[in-house]
Design a protein around this ligand. Sequence first.
Ligand code: BDP
Length: 640
Amino acid sequence: MNRLIIMAAALLSLVSCSRPEPSTARRELDRLWKGSPVEFRHTPEMKAEAFGIEREGHKFVISSADDTGALYGVYSLLRDSMQIPREESPAFPLRLLNHWDNLDGTVERGYAGHSLWDWDALPDSVSPRYLDYARENARIGINGTVLNNVNASPQILSHDYLVKVARLADVFRPYGIKVYLSVNFASPMVLDSLPTADPLAAEVTDWWKNKADEIYSLIPDFGGFLVKANSEGQPGPMDFGRSHADGANMLARALKPHGGIVMWRAFVYSPIDADRAKQAYMEFQPLDGKFDPNVIIQIKNGPIDFQPREPYSPLFGAMPQTDRMVEFQVTQEYLGHANHLAFLAPMWTEFFEYVKPSSLTAIAGVANIGDSDNMTGNPLAGANWHAFGRLAWDPQLSPARIAREWIDANLLIPGSNIPDSIYSGLLDMFLTSREAVVDYMMPLGLHHIFAFGHHYGPEPWCDIPGARPDWLPKYYHCADRQGLGFNRTTSGSNAVEQYPEPLRSQLNDIDTCPEEFLLWFHHVPWTHRLKSGHTLWDELCYRYERGVSTAEDYCRRWEEARPYIRPELHADVAERLRTQAADARWWKDACLQYFREYSRLPYPTGVTAPVQPLEQLKRINLPITNFESPTPALLDSVRY
Ligand code: BDP
C-alpha cells in the first residue's frame, strides 16, 4: 500500500514538472513522419523559437523552450537528419510576410491569382488553404503576416473585418504566426467621421487607443500595424503639419499596453525636388532618435524601388538610434512577374554584404502568394518564398544550399536518379537567373526603364505628359549624345554623400565604382573603357546579348532535365521559360536600338542585330493592370 502511494506521488510530481507535449509539433510529426522515434524535451533556458536536435540511442530528441521552437525543430529534422547534433535560433526576432492584398480580392503586384483571403466567406467559413499557408510559413520560420495591402482600405479596421481577421489569427496561432494589419492613417475620419486624423489631437489619440483595445479583445496576441504614410497619395501625419515620428509614436502608444509594434515605412516621395534616390534618407534621417521604442522603420533594400539591382539604401546606416528593418520584394514586380525565373536569394545575400543582419530588428518580404493552385503562379517562384523564409532565419545560408533544398523537395520526381551534370545545370539556372535578368533588362546599374504602370516590359523612351519626372525612365537613364547614366557623384546629385567612407569615395570615382552600379552613380561617356577593355557601348551590347543567350540556354537545360522533373510542372515551366527568352530578346532589341539613337555606334562583333524595328516595339501596348501578369499568348499577340 505504502509503495503504491509513493509511486503515485512520484508519478504525479513528474506530470506536474514536465510540460505537455507541444501539440502542433507532434501533430506535424505524425502527419509527415508517422511513428518517428522523436521525443520532445522542454528546455526553458533556451531562447524563444530556438531548437536543438540530438540523437539518444535510436531516437531523436528535439529540445526547445517553447512550442514554436519544437515545431521548427520538427521541420528542420525532416529537412536534414544528418547534421546532428545541432542547435539553431533565428537571426531576426520578427520575420514577416507583407501581403499587398486588397479587400476586393485583387493583389497589388501579385501574379499568383487572387488573394488567398476569402473575406466574404470569413469568419463563418474557413478555407483549408489557410492551414496549408500556415504550415508552409512555419516550415521556413515565418512568424508574422501582414494580411492587407500597404495602400490600406480603412475598412480593415471596421468591427466586421476585425472579426474575420481574428478567425485567421486563430488558424495561424498554433503555427507560431502572428497577424498584423496595414492601416490607413485617415481611418478615424473615414470610419467614424472624425473631423481630423491629426496625431496630436486628443480625439484622434483616443480613437486609436479604443481601436487597439477592440483589436486586442478579439486577438490577444495581435502583432501590430504596418503604415504607408504620405507616400503615393496615402494620407499621413504631414497632411496635418506633423512629422512621421508624431504619427508613428501616436499609433505606437495605442498599441504599447498590449505589446504591439508599429512598422512605419520609409518608402516616401518628398515634394522636394531632390534626386529620388536621396529622398527617404532626407526625410527620415533627421528624425533619428525621435521614435518610440516599439516603432521600427521599414526600409526597402534599395533607395528607389525593388529594381533588379540597386545599391543598398543608405538610410540603413543613418539611423543608429532607431530600430530598422528591411523590406524585400518576393513578388517579382520588376523581375518578369510570374513568367521569369529569377531566384532572389543571391540578391538578398548581396544586400547583407553591405548591411549587417545584426543591425536590423526585423525582416519583411512582400509576398508572391495568391490563390493559384501552387500559391505562387510560376511553380519556380515557390523557391523565392522558401528563400525569403530561410534567409530570414539565417542570412548566412548560401543561395546554393537554399536552392538545393527547394529543388530536391519540390522539383524532382522522388527517387529519380538525376545525373550530376543535369542536376548542376538545373542548380546553375537558379543561381544565375537574377544576374541574367539584370543583363537583359538593366545591366551596369541602369534602373527603372520599365513600361509605366505594369512594370513588365521595356520602355526607356516613355514620356507621359504631366507625370512626376521621377516616375519616368528618362529621369533615370539620362541618355544623351555624350553618354548614359545618372550622375550621383559630387559633381551631380551628390547622392554618394549619403554613404559612409570609404564606400562614398569608391562610388564617387568612375574608376573604382563597382561596375554593377556604374550607371547608377555616373553619367558615363559612350566610349569610356571598362575593366573588360570594352567601351561602355560595346559592354552594354554584350551584357544584353549575354542575358538573351542565358535565357535561351535555360530552355535547353529544362528540356534536358525533363525525365527527372515532376511531370505536372514540366510543361508549365517550359512555357514560362520560352516566354522569358522571348522577353529577353524584346528587352535587348528595344533598349539597344533606343540607346543607339544616342550612342550612334555600331553593334560590336558577336552581338546579333535587333530583329524588330524600334518603331514597332514602341507601339507594343500591354493591356494589363498591376494585378496581373501578361500571359504568353497575350505577349505573342502584341509582339508579333
Ligand atoms: C511600388 C509599387 C506600388 C506599391 C509601392 C509601395 O509599384 O504598387 O504600392 O511600391 O511599396 O513598388 O508602397
